[in-house]
Design a protein around this ligand. Structure first.
Ligand code: VGL
Ligand code: ZN
Length: 201
């Protein structure tokens, strides 16, 4: 697949069983993604990369619990358990993930006051990560998204990708979801509506 990129979202220990924000079956995506990587000219990774006391952590909001919602300057924000702390083992990629072919790692969520689900824009929907520019300069127009979690970082990346004009596929068999309060169905609907191709093999 020339001119196409596989973008592997947040396949990190904290999102896998045993991690602080474990996604059910999160580690099962690893062999599937390793197989897919062989077929793409470009392979890119994202890495959720939060400082201690990040504003998306429930622990930064006295009296609040993980998975509650708060209002931030940029809108509604779900609060999470502390996860993917910069330099920690939990922030490291799953050890089984083959990263040899990866040409770029986009880190996100490192600004203390803004979370970043999407690989393209932070949660204020205006601060870019630089990914769209990288893809355009390399002549990449088709992207396939895989990884964790389907209904958060994968979905928001996919929505931004189509809005940025990329032909966008999500391989659902290489993703796993958090599914918080119906978020999986809601985000599958939004992706379909936006023109994301949802594929299972
Ligand atoms: C993610 C919640 C918080 C994700 C990252 O990768 O989907 N979800 N940070
Ligand atoms: Zn995060």
């Amino acid at each position: 697949m020339a001119g196409s990129a596989l973008i592997i979202i947040d396949v990190q220990n904290d999102f896998c069983p045993g991690g602080s924000l474990a996604v059910a079956g999160g580690d099962e995506v690893v062999p599937v993604i390793n197989g897919l990587s062989q077929h793409f000219e470009h392979v890119l990774l994202t890495q959720d990369w939060h400082p201690h006391h990040h504003s998306s952590f429930a622990s930064s909001h006295p009296g609040r619990q993980p998975f509650e919602t708060v209002r931030m300057a940029y809108g509604e924000q779900t609060l999470w358990p502390d996860h993917c702390i910069q330099g920690s083992g939990g922030a490291a990629f799953h050890p089984g993930l083959n990263r040899t072919k990866a040409e770029l790692i986009i880190r996100k969520g490192f600004r203390p006051a803004i979370d970043s689900y999407s690989a393209f824009f932070e949660n204020d929907h205006t601060t870019p990560t630089g990914l769209a520019g990288y893809l355009r300069e390399r002549g990449i127009r088709d992207i396939t998204l895989v990884g964790l979690a389907t209904d958060f970082c994968v979905a928001y990346s996919a929505l931004d990708a189509v809005a940025q004009g990329f032909a966008t596929t999500v391989r659902l068999d290489a993703c796993r979801a958090i599914d918080l309060g119906g978020s999986l169905d809601a985000m599958l609907g939004r992706m379909r509506q936006a023109g994301v191709t949802l594929a299972s093999n």
